[in-house]
Design a protein around this ligand. Sequence first.
Ligand code: ME8
Length: 661
Amino acid sequence: MENKKFYITTPIYYPSGDPHIGHCYTTVACDSIARYKRMQGYDVMFLTGTDEHGQKIEEKAKERGITPQAYVDGIVEIFKKLWSYMNISYDRYIRTTDDYHVEAVQKIFKDLYDKGYIYKGKYTGKYCTPCESFWTESQLDENGCCPECHRPVVEAEEEAYFFKMAPFAERIEKLLLETDYLRPKYRAQELVNNFIKPGLEDLCVSRTSFKWGIPVTFDEKHVVYVWIDALSNYITALGYDNGTYDDFDKFWPADVHMVAKDIMRFHAIIWPAMLMALDLPLPKHLAVHGWITFQSKTGEAQKMSKSLGNVVDPFMLGERYGVDAIRYHILREMALGADSAFSNEIMINRINSDLANGFGNLVSRTVAMADKYFSGTLPEEREEGEFDASLKEIVLSLRDRVDACIDETRLKNALEDIFTAVDRANKYIDETEPWKLGKDETKKARLASVLYNLLEAVRVISTLLSPFMPTTMPKVWEQIGAAADEATYENAGKFGVLPANVTVHKGEILFPRIDMEKEIDELNAIIEKNMAEAKSKLSDAEKGSEFTPSALEEEISIDDFGKCDLRVALVKSCEKVKKSKKLLCLQLDDGFGGRQVVSGIAEWYKPEDLIGKKVIIVANLKPAKLCGVESQGMICAADTPDGAASVIFPDQSLPCGSKIR
Ligand code: ME8
């Protein structure tokens, strides 16, 4: 058992809104790895929690008229409820408001100060309030906005403590470029180029502009910068600098920190620098995954955002399809490093093809045949035959392949490998045609072999799947007659473990097939309702603050603008363009005798929504034919955050032909 220890962490999440499918991804991924490692016999510590301090939380609580503590308490409960619902087997849950963590962070801060790595200075710079991050001029994006969220930054000046980063630059560069700390490795160069090459600047690590944070013990008007507070969680939760826990020596350094790319910089640069300053060993791996984006009806990928109403509610999905199906889907779709679009179609297809038709069908066919031909109990006579060897080979090599994927945090590949074996087993049924063997009394021994081989394949596959889908697999073991001590990791490397006269038990359908069309209609209705509700709940200011405008076009002169002739016009009549789902044809009174304009807004407007309304047109646009219909100009519309077009309606009292300037 010596050295068989494994420590894995999720980020600690901000309780600034309800958790969604994005948070589930990291947590379910870490949970599956933790379960797999436990199954392999490791002593596992799986940590998750919540990051509860900071200006954003203070502001949200104020808006609601409650204390920050009451505010976070409410949301933490929802996070914990979700984790229990999703079968997350964390060993420890840290809240940064826990006393022991507060005390330990204060000691860490003092320790870094005493060692000379933290000093007092004055901060003037750019601050992004939503991200709670200070940036230097050179780090801002091309519009002078926050490089993470692309929202405007404000000039901020305050007396502050700083953490010296320069002494660690060389070691961090080596860590990123020469070790396999960062996964995927291709992101290392980008970090080195953006942050280390220009010179690692000292990090501002205290704030005086708000109160909801951990006070600096030796200068109480300062609170500790949230990232110093948050990152420390990975060691305080093990008992570092506190007496609440005592497994620091046992579990540190961590084997895997898993995060999404938005917080890679903090974990790839600041966290190693802190650990180096504290003279502690560095974690072994930082696994960085992409975003789960939401694929809208119009097909574009959007960041999930509460104000768009597109946050995918894991409770709702779990109720409809079962928690294991959701766990499977998100892990199967997401590759390390890459973004992945969440769409209901992809999810339902995946559940139907892999789980209902693939694995579910394999189990139910195998069990049903053992039941039908042998009343549930296989006879002991056997006859080996063609195809057996190739089935056994793929099943026997599966465990090693999955082990390697788990060790490299490539869960999508682990599931792909397992489902290659599922496909192989289903093909074996087609090849051996047990229904024909069943009709022939002389082939009973061969039939028993075929069914036994299938049951063995299912045993190995279901054992290796159990960390990913922990609720369903015990039901499979029940159906195939595997005892608990037969469905073990050790046995997943063997063939021939079930007793020769195994008895199966027909059971419920594991993954019912979903009616795609019906489901999509229902889900779309739910999403539309959520979007409308989210919109109506938000103030205009909030809508603005969540929206990231597209980049500005190249600068033009006033003369250039003067060339563009915008006019007010009245929609006299309007109809859909035949054979086009997107186009409307509008007859306009433009103050100059009338004109016809074709506009691609049919998805969002019906003709009757527009007739009688004044609109703004680009009046001197060269005519063009759209779907064979001539268009003499263009209707002005704004892009909405959810990718629709919103026609600009000027004041109805403006005469047709009025020029816009
Ligand atoms: O950043 N797709 O907390 P956070 C994939 N408190 N992953 C997503 C996601 C999405 N759409 N949305 C969230 C913080 N995540 C800090 C962390 S750690 C010391 C402090 C996951 O609540 C992903 O793991 O904003 C991401 O890194 C994390 O949630 C950010 O959570």
